[in-house]
Ligand binder design. Structure first.
Ligand code: 5GP
Ligand code: ZN
Length: 139
């Protein structure tokens, strides 16, 4: 897609430090790393969101995420990671080309767990929310 920064990386119109590549995916270092080895995994075709990613690419996606994690693990001597997707604007997605963040984590790195991303406690009980979800499942 025109004017998409990640499509430009795929087309090699913008440079990036590419660490892994497969038929349909590319993994490269984030330009503003939040941790050493902060990596983005993207599909080569332009899909805006995780939910737009075709299901048949699922296995290849999991494979490249695992390969990147193992590579970063060997290179940076850690087995700990935060894996994350900012899905849509309310979740903080800034680049509208689907990407998964792989953030290597280290002892005392000052970061927190994924629970720190949001704390918007529901007014409804778990049962009420469960009923809403169950109804949606029937439609
Ligand atoms: P988001 O908030 O959409 O999940 O994150 C987008 C990420 O893309 C940010 O962490 C940002 O640093 C990274 N990014 C934006 N533009 C570029 C670029 O041109 N090259 C690289 N390597 N990363 C980029
Ligand atoms: Zn794109």
């Amino acid at each position: 897609m025109e004017n998409c920064v990640f499509c430009k990386i795929v087309k090699k119109e913008i440079d990036a430090y590419i660490i892994e590549e497969s038929n349909n995916f590319l993994a490269f270092l984030d330009i503003h790393p939040h941790t050493p080895g902060h990596t983005l995994v993207i599909p080569k075709d332009h899909y805006e969101r995780f939910l737009d990613l075709p299901i048949n690419l699922g296995e290849e996606f999991v494979k490249i995420v695992k390969e990147c994690s193992l590579l970063l693990s060997r290179a940076l001597k850690t087995k700990d990671f935060t894996l994350g997707i900012n899905e849509g604007p309310y979740a903080g997605q800034a680049v509208n080309h689907f990407h998964l963040h792989i953030m290597p984590r280290f002892k005392n790195d000052g970061g927190k767990s994924i629970h720190s991303v949001v704390f918007n406690q529901p007014k409804e009980s778990l049962e009420e929310i469960y009923l809403v979800i169950s109804k949606a499942k029937q439609t």
